[in-house]
Design a protein around this ligand. Sequence first.
Ligand SMILES: Nc1ncnc2c1ncn2[C@@H]1O[C@H](COP(=O)(O)OP(=O)(O)OP(=O)(O)O)[C@@H](O)[C@H]1O
Length: 221
Amino acid sequence: MADIAFESLSRWYGETPRRTVLDQVSGTIRAGEFAVVVGRSGSGKSTLLNLLGGLESPSDGVVRIDGTDIARLDDRALTTLRRRRMGFVFQAYNLIPTLSVADNLRLPLSLNRLPEDGRVEQWLERVGLAGRGGDWPDRLSGGEQQRVAIARALIHAPDIILADEPTGNLDLDNAERIVALLDRLCRAEGRTLVMVTHAQEVVGLADQLLTIREGRLVDAE
Ligand SMILES: Nc1ncnc2c1ncn2[C@@H]1O[C@H](COP(=O)(O)OP(=O)(O)OP(=O)(O)O)[C@@H](O)[C@H]1O
C-alpha cells in the first residue's frame, strides 16, 4: 500500500529561454486509488508519471511516497524503491530484445530475488499470451509486446503501478481485459494505480481525474 503526494512539482528544460513543461502541479493519490491522467499530446502527462516514479528529477517541488521525499533517497535506495515497489508500463514498452518473452518476465523476479512459483505462465495467461513465453519480443505484434510489458510491470506485485497509455495499441477486447486486470489489482489488492490514457471508458472508472493543460493541472470541465 502506498500514498503518493506531489507538491508544486515543476519540470523545465534549457536555460534561456527556459521551457516549462510542468508548472507547479500538486496533488495526492492515496493507497489503493485509481488515478487517471488526461490531457492533449505534449501537455506533460508522461513527464508527471516519470517524476512520480523517480525516473526524472523535478526542477522544483517534491514527490513523497508514503511521506518520504524521494529526492532525499540516495541512488541505491531510490533504485530499490522503484524495483520493489513500483511497476512501470512505458509507452515504448522497453522490452529487452535479446531475452525471450518469459525471460523478460523473469527479470523483475530475479532482480527482487523472488521465486518464480509459476508466475511467468500465470501472468502470460492473465494478459492473454499463454504459451508464448518462448517467443522473441521482435516477433510479437505491437499489442502483444504491450501486453508483455504490462505483465512485466506487474509480476513482482508492486504497490504502485505507473502506466503510460497501456491500452494504446490494443483492440477493444484486449484493452478491456487489461483495464479490468488493472482495476482489479487496484480495488481488490489495494495497489495505487496512475494511468495516462485517452480512453474515455477508462476515465469513467477512475477515483481521481488529473487533467493537465499546457503543464498545469486544471479542473475537469
Ligand atoms: N528531454 C526533453 N527536453 C526538452 N523537452 C522535453 C524533453 N522531454 C519532454 N520534453 C517536452 O515536454 C513536453 C511534455 O512532454 P510529455 O511527454 O510529458 O507529454 P505528454 O502529455 O505525455 O504527450 P503524449 O500524449 O504525446 O505522450 C513536450 O513538449 C516535450 O517536447
